[in-house]
Ligand binder design. Sequence first.
Ligand code: MN
Length: 410
Amino acid sequence: MKKVLILGSTGSIGTQALEIIRNNRDKFSACGLSCRSRVDDLIAQIREFAPESVCVGNSDDAKRVKSEFPEIDVHYGDAGLVEIAGMDCDIVLNALMGISGLAPTYEAISHGRDIALANKETLVAGGEIVTELCREKGVKLIPVDSEHSAIFQCLEGNGGSACARAYKDDAGDGPDRAIRRILLTASGGPFRGRTLDEMRDVTIEQALNHPNWSMGSKITIDSATMMNKGLEVIEARWLFDIPADKIDVHVHPESIVHSMVEFMDGSVIAQMGIPDMKIPIGLALNYPDRLSLIPEFSGLDEDRGSDGSLDFFTKGANLTFEKADRKTFRCLDIAYAAIREGGSAPVVMNGANEELVAMFLAGNIGFTDIPETIERVMDKSGFSRPGTVEEILAIDNESRIMARKMLKTE
Ligand code: MN
């Protein structure tokens, strides 16, 4: 029985993970849960899963939960997330949104807990110190992001040492150089094929309308700007210890091939499947074994054949690939530039992006203000080499302030 701490249990990844736990009670228990604002949802989850500890957004919600469930350990706020991250468990599923995932991940790793990582910002902002600590503690860092789960699966069993360095115990042993490049696939998002002018006046609703994946609002906007793919290039760089110039983005609108790895002999291995996050979540939680996930989908999903499989005569019959339009979707190049610069550059980029996406979702700025302002923040920032979580969070905060000032909304 694996004890799973789910950080962000009321979000898209968190609820799907709980669905997996519900259907596999013999394998998993949810020992800890957390939410920021959806406390009613969390209370329903507490009733069903009976965790030992929870974390909520603020002290009022904490009092409310404590009065209803006096036997439970209740934490709150950012400090509470770090406290609960240190609890006794077998694996921490980090499904938090944005930079808020960094400090709890770091804490859980320092306690030697394995991590199922759905929070890519942890590695974008803290890749160097997080992977370093994983090696020191012998912690497995298992990707939940669908592309990175795909790459992880393509590398498994291919020369052994071709596995992600981040989850290897033997310090200093990088990936097998048998990897020639990683082909990171992207759906292209809802605005694929549009010009910059055609994107200036898009609405929040249009940007939130992702063609293939149902996800939280922050990541869906990131997919529309393609910053999500930029963040994923940086995430892959750290997870697999591979230089960013060996990571090629391929737009693949069908989202069936979740990514590929090309090896030195010219062999290319791809991982495929229906776009469903339960597959990478289930593999990360049950690694190295797979869960039986197909029967529960059967007949429920128009993407699937009648028996629940990926059907290569319908959905999987036409798999297409195209080059990313980097002129229109500037965020991709901004992310490559940030990882080339290294140090705090990805922190600055990520902080500005998070702030600008929140402002766009609040209706305060236009869609194309996001890439334009990130670029201006990057141009104006001096870069350093942060060595602690605290330093990274301070840089993140400065970058947000700079982005807000540039758009004069404060
Ligand atoms: Mn992804």
